[in-house]
Design a protein around this ligand. Structure first.
Ligand code: ZN
Ligand code: ZN
Length: 113
């Protein structure tokens, strides 16, 4: 499952109900730093193959603030390591087709003296 598909799953009402339950359970407090926020993200402490986000036990889900959540996923907020090198857009001008005619070199002729 790629990130986009996973993100789409998180828009599912089934997940939203579950996530709001987790946030309420955690009293809208980040389980890592204790920050209170009503915009906490619910994080899966484990990932199981073939599981939908809402299939997990509540025990495996924790509320995290966005900062802690990013840390949890190894996303550093300050350093932006991801540098997508864009290929320099070369002007797409149609090169004139060059037909290179290779003349066969007669080596034998030089040999014969
Ligand atoms: Zn936090
Ligand atoms: Zn997470």
């Amino acid at each position: 499952m790629n990130r986009h598909e996973y993100y789409k799953l998180l828009q599912d009402p089934k997940w939203k109900i579950k996530a709001s339950f987790i946030r309420k359970r955690d009293k809208h407090m980040c389980r890592h730093c204790g920050k209170k926020s009503h915009r906490l993200q619910v994080h899966h402490t484990i990932y199981l193959k073939g599981y939908m986000p809402w299939d997990y036990d509540n025990e495996t889900l924790i509320s995290l603030c966005s900062t802690c959540h990013k840390k949890e996923h190894g996303i550093e907020t300050k350093k932006k390591k991801k540098k997508v090198e864009k290929p320099k857009s070369e002007k797409k001008t149609k090169k004139p087709k060059r037909t290179i005619k290779i003349k066969p070199i007669d080596d034998e002729s030089t040999d014969s003296n």
